[in-house]
Ligand binder design. Sequence first.
Ligand SMILES: NC(=O)c1ccc[n+]([C@@H]2O[C@H](COP(=O)([O-])OP(=O)(O)OC[C@H]3O[C@@H](n4cnc5c(N)ncnc54)[C@H](OP(=O)(O)O)[C@@H]3O)[C@@H](O)[C@H]2O)c1
Length: 379
Amino acid sequence: MISISLLGSTGSIGVSTLDVLRRYPDRFRVVFLGAGKNLRILSAQIREFHPRAVSLSDAASAVKLKALFPELEVWSGEEGLLKGALMEEADKVVVGVSGMSGLMPTLAALQAGKPVALANKEAVVEGGALLKPYMDLVIPVDSEHSSLFQLLRKHDPAEIKRVYITASGGPFLHRSLSEEITREEVLHHPTWSMGPKITVDSATMANKALEIIEAANLFGLQASQIGVVVQPQSVIHSLVEFCDGTFHAQMSVPDMRFPIGYALFFPERAPKSLREDLPFPFGPLELLPPNTEKFPFLPLAYDVISRGGARPIVFNAANEAAVELFLQGHLPFHRLIGQVKEAYDTLDYPAPSSAKEVLSLHREVKKRVEGILHERWCK
Ligand SMILES: NC(=O)c1ccc[n+]([C@@H]2O[C@H](COP(=O)([O-])OP(=O)(O)OC[C@H]3O[C@@H](n4cnc5c(N)ncnc54)[C@H](OP(=O)(O)O)[C@@H]3O)[C@@H](O)[C@H]2O)c1
């Protein structure tokens, strides 16, 4: 029986993780559920999965939860999430929280020697240097990186010339990023069902830029070893190009339960398909070059990798600030990319050297960009 500590249980990754776990009650047991403030979903999950402890980032919600479940250990805040990641009985930690709230618990779990199924790409992007010594314990959950992990571990690194992560191209693959675009169109991803932040990032391709940086950090690759190809059906998740000019691809229908299931069962595989309704054969499948002029975050990602230091933090924090302002209805979508690029090109900071410094710089950049954007767009 494998005991799982799940951080971010009420979100898109968390709900999919629990959907895999509920199919295998004889293989997994949930010992911890951590969330932000969604009492309703967390309460239902507690009734179904009976964790020993839970945590909410919001202290007031934690008090309400304790009143509902007096027998349960209820924690709150950053400390609560950290305690969940470090629970002695947890054999594996799933990190499905969003934003930088995942960095400290991920680092702590890895330092304690626990395998981490890691979906939280922001932590890998901004905290790559800190996580590097523990990468042997990381099982990537992001679909492209799970896919690369599966392909790369089967081959001698000397045989591999380049890797490619795929992109659906988002809702505006064949449309210009004009001022007519509505919030609903941005939030309607053509192939994946995900949380709002990552869905906006898919429409600007910030998500793919973050994933290029994530791949460099997870697999120790140079910028020149990582390519991007557009695969509009989101069935091929990555490709590996070998030195002899041949390629291997990894495929599954776009459903996060596949990479999550892989990470939960690793080093084994789930004994049966996580979906009964597989529409095989998947075709027709297209592979297209990305449009780097329309989506300038892609070339920016390579700049981030080659310059390192504080660049990943400036990019991710500036993007987070801009996406929040878009979701609040202030920043028009067609201006989002330009505003983030401007912040990236103008803000400069020395490299942080600890997790505390990473988080503090993240807050500083975000606050600064929020200030600039509020001044421009919230009058
Ligand atoms: N969704 C996908 O398909 C997908 C694919 C690949 C990678 N990822 C990555 O996985 C992560 C999660 O994405 P998502 O789409 O699942 O996001 P989401 O739906 O917005 O869910 C975020 C989860 O994190 C919790 N949370 C947020 N801030 C927290 C904090 N300070 N302390 C504790 N819990 C906190 C939320 O709790 P409440 O809801 O209770 O507030 C929720 O459970 C992101 O880093 C994303 O980039 C997602």
